[in-house]
Design a protein around this ligand. Structure first.
Ligand code: SF4
Length: 392
């Protein structure tokens, strides 16, 4: 199969076993209209007691977050799960790559459940192992592979993390991408290191240009759907950052126009965005940082201040509700939820919890031992990174 033939499946139809996520729900879901769903979720959770630990990503719906034992970003949640060895079942209200990371970081005795297997991540799906291996071979043909250090964002599938582990690379989060790039550049003698940054071109570009002082024209974009990534050998040889052509479908929507509009409408407004936003948007923002940074910034803001936030809408709404003394608006004209995150709803959560009570583990996410071992190498390198980013 050629790369351009990779199947694109509408949600709920068909199944691509090579994809970062599956697309079928194997069970009978309770009706979304069932007025007893909240009580059923409560009862199932109480029946499971300490045996279950429910993780809720910041971008999850309120109806699900209310049952989370802990909330956070993907890496924090995976570590929280690992710190609760008594919990046999980790119910991950998030997306597939997050459940994989939790499986990698928790003990073999803990089983990770994703209430809806169709909750994938479009960004993670933009970098497939076969595509990345083809790119790696092309870098060998261009004579640069020995200088390249692969760095992958946490938002990638386990096999991409494993690829980085096998090839001297590292995982990063949106909080420590600058520290990871620093480390990666120091891995090759002679100062000629290059970085292959996966799968989010925007986080890679924003970090390289705005935090590392790398020039925009030293960043090139590898398009897996073009022969040779759409780049000549000379362009690869000259580049310092080879950015994978991936993006987040939520953060990619924010635009410079809306920033301009809001500045006119609310003089003195503070624009706060996530580094997965486009470079042009980040350049126009006042502050940029991870979801944890965004939460801390709003918490610490003076009463009466006005903020426009460029990240997923569930989180922005919760921040606005939690801080009525500040004016908080969304940095987009339209509703902009992460559609796959939103697949985890109360019916799926109730179904997953009640199945566990009945003794059936549904939608378990497992990573094979070989992939897990290699991915752990890249994750461990991240944990060993010196210092901490200023945005933590
Ligand atoms: S918000 Fe973006 S990066 Fe996060 S899960 Fe959704 S598509 Fe993926």
């Amino acid at each position: 199969m050629s790369l351009v033939d990779l199947p694109l499946l509408p949600l709920g139809k068909g199944r691509d076993l090579d994809a970062e996520r599956g697309v079928e729900c194997p069970g009978d879901l309770p009706a979304a209209s069932d007025p007893g769903l909240v009580e059923r979720a409560r009862a199932a959770k109480a029946a499971l007691g300490e045996r279950v630990f429910v993780l809720g990503h910041h971008y999850q719906r309120d109806e699900v977050i209310q049952f989370a034992d802990v909330t956070g970003d993907s890496f924090k949640l995976a570590r929280d799960a690992a710190a609760r060895p008594a919990a046999e079942f980790i119910v991950f209200c998030g997306v597939h790559f997050m459940a994989e990371s939790a499986d990698i970081l928790t003990s073999p005795a803990q089983q990770v459940v994703l209430p809806d297997l169709a909750a994938g991540c479009s960004m993670a799906d933009m970098a497939r192992l076969r595509q990345v291996e083809d790119a790696w071979d092309a870098m060998a043909d261009a004579g640069i592979q020995d200088s390249v250090v692969p760095v992958t964002y946490m938002n990638s599938s386990a096999d991409i993390k494993a690829f980085c582990g096998r090839n001297g690379g590292v995982v990063c989060t949106s909080s420590n991408a600058d520290v990871a790039l620093d480390w990666a550049f120091s891995q090759k003698a002679g100062g000629d290191a290059k970085i292959l940054f996966l799968p989010d071109q925007h986080l890679g570009r924003n970090t390289a240009v705005l935090q590392m002082g790398i020039a925009l024209d030293e960043c090139v974009v590898w398009d897996p759907h073009q022969p040779g990534g759409g780049l000549t050998a000379e362009e690869l040889q000259k580049a310092r950052m080879i950015l994978w052509k991936g993006h987040c479908s939520v953060h990619g929507r924010f635009s410079e126009d809306v920033v301009d509009e809001l500045r006119v409408k609310h003089p003195g407004i503070n624009i706060l965005v996530h580094p997965e936003c486009k470079h042009e948007v980040v350049l126009k923002a006042d502050l940029v940082g991870s979801t944890e940074f965004i939460i801390k910034t709003i918490k610490a803001a003076e009463p009466g201040t006005v903020w426009a936030i460029g990240t997923e809408l569930n989180l922005v709404k919760r921040l606005a509700d939690a801080h009525p003394d500040k004016t908080i608006v969304f940095l987009d004209r339209n509703v902009c939820y992460c559609s796959t995150m939103n697949r985890i709803d109360l019916p799926h959560l109730v179904w997953a919890l009640e199945s566990l009570v009945a003794g059936t583990v549904v939608n378990q996410v497992t990573v094979d031992p070989e992939t897990e071992a290699d991915a752990l190498v890249a994750l461990q390198r991240m944990l060993d990174l010196p210092g901490k980013s200023h945005r933590d």
